[in-house]
Design a protein around this ligand. Structure first.
Ligand code: 5AD
Ligand code: SF4
Length: 470
């Protein structure tokens, strides 16, 4: 399910591929980042053992769970509206259990029960193992909440149930939480302290996926470059008898699983991304030529207030390194417009940085103040909404020209594409990505999903390449 995910898109219902007979039915909808989609697969696995079978039809379910996102206000209002849409269903069927999982559960805790009367269950991202017990409480007529954050939980031993995906690409969560405290970001409050998962369990999961026909894995973490196993932040080894693992080493371990298993990862952090990682990417053909490296702002003044831990110059140096070590590597980014105190000049600096880097793709947002964050406590949210939106539009327009330019350069070239399945627009076409993560559409021929094909590019839009199999 390697698709562009934004928390402002509609939530998606997820369903088991091979449902078993069971009388308890779970309807699970996920919002937000890839990590939430990956967590939903853990939740499905935990509840599967507790007798719940997933369904696409919420009307026939006994349990509705929304796995939520708090990153921007809009993401939360989408979930609240969705909850309202279940009011009538709940009135007609009082035994229906409605639960809120994820970041919004963690941020709002018990107050969610006060504000959204139909909610029975509130469970934070580190408490999913407790779901069966919490459900028993609800079945006994109580409302139930567990929002405890953990310093250890990585769900390493839980084998996720792959939900509603294409059977070709899957997420593997390699770490949880974030210690960075970017001043605009609610994630450190909703997902807790950073912790990494045992590398052997990650490799085992990749092998299992490969065995089941998957040909692409995306390693997920809020800041994958700070992945570390058996070594603390100060560089001290925890167990002298065991090897230590950093992100570059983990990538290499996963790259060895199979030559034709593609590896992607997200998200890299400019302050932590090392040349070691780039050299490993360059060394292995099956590690994709694609890095998502959020800049957030092109102004060093704004970056400092954002507490990002790097300057414009540092970021540009990282870009140079990528281009030197992995020529042709695609780079995407995240940009926020209208952060507290952002001047016109700061905004111009973002535009000029975009002109220098020419990102292949970008996720772009206007700043949305989040409760309890450093920015909310320290800085005034002083940029008027219209200005935030005007600046966002300029950024979007500029990015569109860069994406189109980057795609036009692909015309006439041939790419190896991993076939993901039928294209959304036409049954006659297949789609898949190249190593650089651009979606490519081509007429169906005698190929199957999960297969690699070479496609020559004949046409493009800003978002997609079009071609034919050679
Ligand atoms: N307002 C707007 N965008 C935000 N992001 C994170 N927090 C906020 C916020 N408060 C964006 C950042 C981050 C991406 C996942 O979401 O660009 O990289
Ligand atoms: Fe949020 Fe920054 Fe952590 Fe990303 S690195 S999750 S933006 S605090």
């Amino acid at each position: 399910m390697n698709k562009v995910i934004d928390e402002e898109i509609q939530g998606e219902a997820t369903v088991l591929e091979n449902p078993k007979e069971s009388d308890k039915k779970l309807y699970l909808e996920s919002y937000g980042c890839q990590m939430n989609f990956s967590d939903s697969e853990i939740v499905a696995s935990i509840l599967d053992k507790h007798g719940y079978q997933t369904t696409r039809n919420y009307e026939e379910s006994n349990l509705i769970l929304l796995n939520t996102c708090s990153i921007r206000e809009k993401a939360e209002s989408t979930v609240r509206n969705r909850l309202k849409s279940f009011n009538e269903l709940k009135r007609n069927n009082p035994s229906l259990i409605i639960g809120v999982l994820g970041c919004m559960a963690e941020r709002m805790k018990e107050s969610l029960l006060e504000e959204e009367k139909l909610v029975d269950l509130v469970v934070g991202p580190d408490a999913y193992r407790d779901l069966p017990r919490l459900l028993t409480e609800v079945e006994d007529g109580h409302k139930s909440v567990n929002v405890l954050l953990s310093r250890e939980e990585t769900y390493a031993d839980i084998s996720p149930i792959r939900l509603d995906n294409n059977g070709v690409s899957a997420f593997i969560s390699i770490m949880r939480g974030c210690d960075n405290m970017c001043s605009f970001c609610v994630v450190p409050f909703t997902r807790g302290r950073e912790r990494s998962r045992n590398p052997l369990s990650i490799v085992a999961e990749a092998k299992e996926l490969y065995k089941n026909g998957y040909r692409e894995v995306t390693l997920l973490g809020q800041n994958v470059d700070s992945y570390r196993w058996n070594i603390n932040k100060k560089g001290e080894i925890l167990d002298q008898q065991q090897p230590t693992t950093n992100f570059a080493q983990l990538l290499e371990m996963v790259a060895h699983v199979a030559d034709d298993l593609r590896i992607r990862f997200s998200t890299s952090h400019p302050k932590d991304m090392t040349d070691d990682v780039l050299h490993i990417m360059q060394k292995y053909k099956n590690i994709c030529n694609y890095i998502h490296l959020p800049i957030q702002s092109g102004s060093s003044t704004v970056l400092k207030k954002m507490n990002r831990g790097y300057t414009r110059e540092w970021y540009l140096e990282r870009i140079e390194s990528i281009r030197k070590i992995i020529p042709g590597c695609a780079i995407s980014t995240d940009i926020i417009t209208g952060f507290c105190g952002e001047t016109n000049e700061d905004h111009e600096n973002t535009l000029s940085l975009m002109d220098i880097v020419k990102f292949d793709f970008a996720y772009m947002f206007f700043y949305s103040e989040r409760p309890k964050t450093l920015a909310q406590r320290k800085y005034e949210d002083d940029i008027p909404l219209e200005v935030k939106k005007e600046r966002l539009q300029e950024v979007i327009d500029l990015q569109r020209t860069h994406s189109l330019e980057s795609n036009r350069k692909c015309i006439g070239k041939t790419f190896e594409v991993l076939v993901e399945g039928p294209s959304k627009k036409s049954e006659d076409n297949f789609c898949g990505r190249n190593s650089e993560n651009t979606m490519i559409v081509f007429p169906k021929e005698n190929v199957k999903k999960g297969q690699y094909v070479n496609v020559i590019i004949e046409d493009c839009t800003a978002a997609t390449l079009k071609g034919k199999i050679v």
